[in-house]
Design a protein around this ligand. Structure first.
Ligand SMILES: Nc1nc2c(ncn2[C@@H]2O[C@H](COP(=O)(O)OP(=O)(O)O)[C@@H](O)[C@H]2O)c(=O)[nH]1
Ligand SMILES: [Mg+2]
Length: 260
């Protein structure tokens, strides 16, 4: 028997995650907690087109910086449990802010399908979203949905199945522009050579080190000095000098698409 496809439903708070989750799982739900924390974990199951799915409703997050408990829980679930697909529920009437999280999942290197939810609200505001263009730009499938009406849910599952079946397809990366990109690439090579990334995507680790991410710092630097720390500090100092901003801010700006 084929194993179920695990879907993690992610997205900003109030983007419609639970509505999508309820549509997918109906009464087949179980509510518990994530291990060791009092963050609610909703899981469920569904069967569609002859396939079984295990669905997890992740806590709402704006980002994956691991600064809040919700962000840590969502990120650790995706890193440690490795769901087959992250379905990122995006509020299409607030696209720019919501796509920030999508870029973070793409960067993490996990398979992502974006649900352009609340497309009814976007349309009532006179917005027309070219999902094919967006999908090409970000390199991930985009499916318009109206979760409250169950619209687009079948198409969402179809996109999930296609992605699982095509696993190993081309990788799309967020590029950080001429100022940052060479430093990220150089550090990625050092991270790779150090063997400290373990199971994680080395480019993702390099970017998180530049962002001074607590959890990644602990993971990478706890085994004593491996020569990386000096490199990270020097790179941060250089970026701050050239760009005139904190490295963290420079990286976030680039993700939002600001130009230097
Ligand atoms: N108009 C509209 N409202 C939606 C849609 N999806 C969800 N909602 C509403 O948006 C609110 C937040 O949804 P919820 O699923 O709780 O969001 P969550 O915080 O991401 O779990 C609820 O009032 C939903 O009924 C949609 O596609 N269109
Ligand atoms: Mg919810």
């Amino acid at each position: 028997m084929e194993r179920p496809i695990t879907i993690a439903v992610a997205g900003n708070p109030n983007s419609g995650k639970t509505t999508v989750f309820n549509h997918l799982t109906g009464a087949r739900q179980h509510v518990g907690n994530y291990p060791g924390v009092t963050v609610e974990k909703k899981e469920g199951a569904c069967r569609w087109n002859g396939r079984d799915f295990h669905v997890v409703d992740l806590p709402g997050t704006y980002s994956l910086t691991a600064r809040s408990l919700e962000e840590r829980v969502a990120r650790n679930f995706v890193i440690n449990e490795r769901p087959d697909v992250v379905v990122d529920i995006v509020d299409a009437s607030n696209l720019e802010r919501n796509l920030y999280l999508a870029t973070q999942f793409i960067e993490l290197g996990v398979p992502v399908v974006v649900a352009l939810n609340m497309i009814d609200v976007a349309e009532s505001q006179g917005e027309h979203i070219d999902e094919e263009l967006l999908s090409r730009l970000l390199g991930v499938p985009m499916v318009p949905t109206v979760a409250t009406k169950g619209k687009g849910i079948d198409a969402l599952l179809e996109a999930v199945v296609s992605l699982v079946e095509a696993a190993g397809g081309p990788e799309i990366q967020i590029r950080y522009g001429p100022e940052l990109e060479p430093h990220i690439e150089e550090l990625t090579a050092k991270v790779e050579a150090s063997g400290q990334a373990g199971e994680l995507n080395p480019r993702w680790v390099a970017i998180k080190l530049l962002e001074n991410d607590d959890e990644v710092n602990t993971r990478v630097f706890d085994d004593g000095d491996n020569g990386l720390l000096e490199q990270v500090l020097a790179t941060r100092a250089h970026i701050e000098q050239v760009i005139g901003d904190d490295t963290e801010i420079a990286i976030a700006d680039r993700r939002y698409g600001c130009d230097y």
